[in-house]
Design a protein around this ligand. Structure first.
Ligand SMILES: [Zn+2]
Length: 676
């Protein structure tokens, strides 16, 4: 049978034929697709005509299409439904891809053509999107080593291939460490404080593993409620230590060496390319376009939240002491007492809220919200192939029934799934030969599953996570660009969280909750009282959480502004970088860096600050909705036209300005977080 990657996809909407794809297809298909892509590149460089946007940039943009369909399937599967053979294939293929990408950026003939177009970009009649594409390609080539001397090129290649391998290894280690540890309880007394649903889920987990009693894991739906509710302090300590020492236990999955290597290689690359450090190199096309700007942003927020963070910490300490904790308050006490204090102050907690958020209703409500704002309709389609029976698929249409996208959902934890939640795509939007090629968008999450007796009920945090990933999805679904590498979420790292965080705001709005949130058993509408408390409690511990996020931001910047390798070990380095936002006593053996997949695995290196940065943007954007009505069609249309449709086809500053009528201001964010 023909390799499914190498033939036309005759599936509905030409979606990936997951039911035909077997592990043995990836490598041979990749090798053939690489060959094909090389020929396409060769056609560009051997073209006797003078370089033009069309014969060089646009042609390059469209090269390697088969390759990208393979890699998007492979890397998405490696995150959402992996196993040893998929991991091995990813390890085998990623250096091939790195080599290919180097062959492109280090191709002198190709670079010469691109440079010519770049130099003349203002003298030709390029559209503004085309100009941005030229700038982006030129920058990618420069960062890809195109300007290097011949003798440096071999080393450059070696480094990028090694970095690709190390990042994969880093993530693999974290996943292995998340899966390999469980807390197995057999004494009912050890379940003290845990809500019924959590206990039931732990019992099912035990049954699944042929064990007696209850099994708690380091996956979020198990770990988080355990930390919030378990009255067994020693067990909370055990859980937290297991969680926070992942990939830092000195075993085969320890990431310490990987961090050292990644940091050293990133620095070496940055130096070769003439930058002071890695952050300097990466930040060039961001809204905050230098390490100094990022540092100043983090420092300003640090000052703004300093008082509130210490206040939150002190309140919790006092509260814990009043409730029998005579010991120094520790990390493993934070969620437990927070949940209790929140309950006391606002009479609200996850267990009160969850019955109003059954996953099925949440999904329906979110689709409906997209309908109200942007006229979208989601129609379930069971004939689209999926990679796991839990995955569901929808056709998404806009007003006037215009087809916009295919939307995949994959909600619950599995052994082969990375932690957290994310939006991704199997095909990106572009216009080709007069045709608007629409995207295939997916969200993957680790939401609390159903148990024997109850459906999947989301925590409030899971509700906001859903809205968040759905916001990214809207960015992908509504995009309307010409070039694939500028469409959808292909925007500056510190702009990409605007559409996602923007959507989270709705979770606090009575006007929205009122339209759908009902108790899953009684059908009773969510009481106004609960919504009121939800809103009041939204600034609860915001000072402390801001500090935590800032701590990660400082850590990320500390690693990536290094100009020499640190002589301290990883723990000492981390401790120093995070010291000013750290309110708890340090615990030896715990380490954030070793599991910081955002910056050592995914693409957030020197970019973690972007979450906070985008919070300033999203609070400011949502403020306008609050002034004009959260479903205001005119404002929604403007958000769609100026932000969601545009992808990276214009500079983010300009897009924001077009929507807001001015530059972003920080006040709305400070107010929303209760920092002023
Ligand atoms: Zn996000």
């Amino acid at each position: 049978m023909l390799n499914p990657f190498l033939k036309e996809w005759d599936t509905p909407f030409n979606t990936p034929p997951f039911d035909e794809i077997k592990t043995e297809h990836y490598v041979p298909a990749t090798i053939e697709a690489l060959e094909l892509a090389r020929k396409e590149i060769n056609n560009i460089t051997e073209n006797p005509d003078l370089p033009t946007f069309e014969n060089t940039i646009a042609t390059l943009e469209n090269a390697g299409q088969i390759l990208s369909r393979i890699t998007s399937v492979l890397f998405n599967i490696n995150s959402a439904e992996t196993n040893k053979s998929i991991q091995d294939i990813a390890q085998e293929i990623s250096p091939l891809l790195a080599r290919f990408s180097n062959d492109i950026t280090l191709n002198p003939k190709l670079f010469e053509r691109i440079s010519k177009i770049f130099e003349n970009k203002d003298n030709t009649d390029l559209t503004s999107e085309q100009k941005i594409l030229v700038e982006r390609k030129y920058r990618n080539f420069m960062l890809g080593g195109a300007g290097l001397e011949e003798h440096e090129r071999a080393r450059f290649r070696e480094i990028s291939e090694e970095l690709a391998r190390l990042s994969l290894k880093f993530e693999e280690n974290v996943l292995n460490e998340t899966n390999s540890w469980v807390l197995h309880l057999t004494d009912e007394a050890d379940l003290a404080g845990l809500p019924e649903g959590i206990v039931e889920a732990a019992a099912s987990e035990a049954v699944k593993r042929n064990k007696e009693g209850w099994i708690f894991t380091l996956h979020f739906p198990s770990y988080i409620p355990f930390m919030q509710y378990s009255e067994r302090r020693n067990l909370r300590e055990k859980m937290l230590k297991a969680y926070s020492s992942r990939a830092f236990r000195g075993n085969n999955f320890d990431n310490s060496d990987n961090i050292r290597k990644i940091i050293a290689l990133r620095l070496e690359v940055a130096r070769m390319l003439g930058f002071r450090n890695y952050a300097d190199m990466t930040l060039g096309d961001r809204m905050a376009d230098s390490p100094e700007k990022v540092q100043k942003f983090l420092e300003d927020l640090y000052k703004a939240s300093d008082h509130a963070a210490h206040r939150d910490f002190k309140n919790l300490k006092t509260f814990a002491a009043e409730h029998g904790n005579n010991d120094e308050i520790q990390r493993w006490d934070w969620s437990f007492y927070s949940e209790k204090l929140k309950k006391e102050l606002y009479d609200i907690d996850d267990e009160i809220l969850k019955p109003y958020f059954p996953l099925e209703k949440v999904e329906e409500a979110i689709f409906h919200l997209a309908n109200r704002l942007y006229g979208l309709t989601f129609i379930k389609n069971d004939t689209i192939p999926v990679y796991h029976p839990e995955v569901r698929t929808f056709e998404c249409y806009g007003r006037d029934n215009i087809f916009l996208a295919i939307f995949y959902t994959d909600y619950h934890p599995r052994e082969g799934k990375n932690g957290g939640a994310w939006m991704t795509s199997y095909r990106d939007q572009k216009k080709e030969n007069g045709k608007n090629v629409r995207p295939f968008i997916s969200i993957v999450a680790n939401f609390t599953g159903a148990t024997r007796t109850r459906p999947s009920l989301l925590t409030f945090n899971e509700l906001t996570t859903f809205l968040h990933e759905f916001g990214h999805s809207l960015h992908g679904i509504l995009t309307n660009c010409t070039y694939e590498s500028l469409s959808g979420t292909s925007v500056a790292r510190d702009f990409v969280e605007l559409p996602s965080q923007f959507m989270e705001n709705f979770a606090y709005e009575k006007e929205w909750l009122d339209t759908w949130a009902k108790h899953y058993l009684t059908g009773e509408k969510i009481p106004d009282e609960i919504i009121k408390k939800l809103k009041e409690s939204s600034t609860f511990n915001e000072g402390y959480s801001c500090f935590r996020q800032l701590g990660f931001g400082f850590l990320d910047m500390a690693w990536h502004t290094l100009t020499d390798l640190p002589d301290q070990d990883i723990s000492a380095f981390e401790l120093k970088a995070m010291s000013k936002t750290e309110l708890f006593p340090a615990i030896p053996g715990l380490n954030m860096s070793a599991q910081f997949t955002h910056i050592f695995g995914g693409g957030y290196a020197a970019g973690y600050y972007g979450y906070k940065w985008a919070e300033v943007l999203d609070a400011d954007a949502f403020e306008l909705f609050k002034e004009q009505g959260i479903f205001n069609p005119v404002i929604a249309e403007s958000f769609r036209k100026n932000i969601l449709e545009k992808g990276g086809s214009e500079k983010p500053q300009e897009l924001f300005r077009k929507f807001r009528g001015r530059d972003p201001e920080i006040e709305a964010f400070l107010k929303r977080s209760g920092l002023i």
